[in-house]
Design a protein around this ligand. Structure first.
Ligand SMILES: NC(=O)c1ccc[n+]([C@@H]2O[C@H](COP(=O)([O-])OP(=O)(O)OC[C@H]3O[C@@H](n4cnc5c(N)ncnc54)[C@H](OP(=O)(O)O)[C@@H]3O)[C@@H](O)[C@H]2O)c1
Length: 285
C-alpha cells in the first residue's frame, strides 16, 4: 500500500496540487505507482474551508491511481502523524504557527513547501528533509510551472516523489535555492505580469473598434500561439520577432513606439522589483 500525503493548508494552491495529483493518469509501472500516495488528508483551519475542499472532491471522478481523500479541519497533528509526506500550503505568515503546532510529529518526514519566502534553512528547524517549491495559479488547470530546490537530506527516491507529485501541476524545473526569489517573481507572480500584457492587447483591440469578446479571443491566441512557437521552434525570441518585421512595415513601427515607452525595461525592472520583495518576505520571519 502507498503512503499518506497531508496537505497542510488546502486553499488556492493546495487545491490545485490536490486536483492535479488526484487526477493524474494511471501509473504505467509499479515503480511509478509507488510514488503516489494511497491517501491524501487535506487540513484546513475551519469548517467552511474544509467544506470547500469536500465540495471540490465531490466533483472528482474516481482517481485513476486509486487515491482516497479525506478533508479535515483542526486535525493538523493527526494528519501529520499519519503522513509520510507533507505539503505546506498555508500563506507564508501562517507557516510558523502551523509548523510550530506539528513540531513534535513532523521531524524526519518530507516537507514539500509552497510557501513563498520560507527558506530551506528555516524549514529545517522542523525537519531536515525539505523540498521548496515555487509554483503558480495556472497549476489549477495543469499548465503551471514549478521551480524546485531540495535540501541535501532529501534522497534520490524522495526527489522522484516530489517530481511525480509536483510534475502534475505543470512543468517542473530544478534550480539551486539561490534562484528562488527570482523564481518567485518570474514564476509565482509571472501570471499577473502576463495578464497585464493580455489585458493591454485586448484593450488595444477594443480601442480600435474590435468587440470585447473577439479582442479577448485574439489576445489569448496571440499569447498562446507565440509561446508555443518559441517552445516548438527552439528559436530565440529575437529571431522570431525579426521574422515578423517587414522592413518599413507595421510591426517594426509598433515595436519602436513600445521601445520609446520602455515596455521591455519596465517588465524586466518590474520582475526584478518583485524578487526584491520576495527576498524580504523570507527575512521577516
Ligand atoms: N496564490 C498564488 O498565486 C501563489 C503562487 C505561488 C505560490 N503561492 C504560495 O502558496 C501558498 C498558499 O497560497 P494560497 O493562495 O493557496 O493561500 P490560501 O488560498 O489562503 O490557502 C491557504 C489555506 O491555509 C489554510 N489554513 C490557515 N490556517 C490554517 C491552519 N492553522 N491549519 C491548517 N490550514 C490552515 C486556510 O484555511 P482557512 O481558509 O480555513 O483559514 C487556507 O485554506 C502561499 O504560501 C503562497 O506563498 C501562492
Amino acid at each position: 500500500m502507498g503512503y499518506t500525503l497531508a496537505i497542510l493548508g488546502c486553499g488556492v494552491m493546495g487545491q490545485a496540487v490536490l486536483s492535479a495529483i488526484y487526477k493524474a493518469p494511471k501509473a504505467e509501472t509499479e515503480a511509478v505507482a509507488s510514488l503516489y500516495p494511497s491517501k491524501i488528508i487535506t487540513c484546513n483551519h475551519d469548517n467552511p474551508s474544509a467544506q470547500q475542499v469536500t465540495d471540490l472532491i465531490a466533483t472528482f471522478e474516481k482517481s485513476p491511481n486509486g487515491i482516497e481523500v479525506e478533508s479535515t479541519f483542526d486535525q493538523n497533528v493527526r494528519a501529520v502523524q499519519e503522513a509520510t509526506v507533507i505539503i505546506l500550503g498555508t500563506k507564508p505568515y501562517l507557516a510558523e504557527p502551523v509548523l510550530d503546532g506539528v513540531r513534535d510529529v513532523i521531524d524526519g518526514k518530507l516537507i514539500i513547501s509552497l510557501a513563498a519566502g520560507w527558506t530551506i534553512d528555516q524549514l529545517q528547524n522542523y525537519t531536515r528533509k525539505v523540498s521548496r517549491v515555487m509554483t503558480n495559479t495556472p497549476a489549477k488547470y495543469g499548465y503551471g510551472c514549478a521551480v524546485v530546490s531540495h535540501s541535501s537530506e532529501v534522497s534520490a527516491e524522495e526527489r522522484k516523489v516530489v517530481d511525480q507529485l509536483i510534475g502534475h501541476v505543470g512543468k517542473c524545473i530544478e534550480l539551486p535555492e539561490k534562484n528562488m526569489d527570482a523564481a518567485t517573481a518570474l514564476v509565482g507572480s509571472g501570471p499577473a505580469f502576463v495578464l497585464l500584457m493580455l489585458e493591454s492587447l485586448m484593450e488595444s483591440g477594443i480601442k480600435m473598434g474590435i468587440p470585447l469578446k473577439e479582442s479577448r479571443e485574439c489576445a489569448i491566441k496571440v499569447l498562446e500561439g507565440t509561446a508555443k512557437m518559441v517552445e516548438e521552434s527552439g528559436e530565440h525570441p529575437t529571431v522570431l520577432k525579426h521574422q515578423v518585421c517587414t522592413p518599413g512595415g507595421t510591426t517594426i513601427a509598433g515595436l519602436c513606439v513600445m521601445e520609446d515607452r520602455g515596455v521591455k525595461s519596465g517588465i524586466i525592472r518590474g520582475v526584478e522589483e518583485a524578487s526584491i520583495v520576495a527576498a524580504k518576505l523570507g527575512k521577516k520571519k
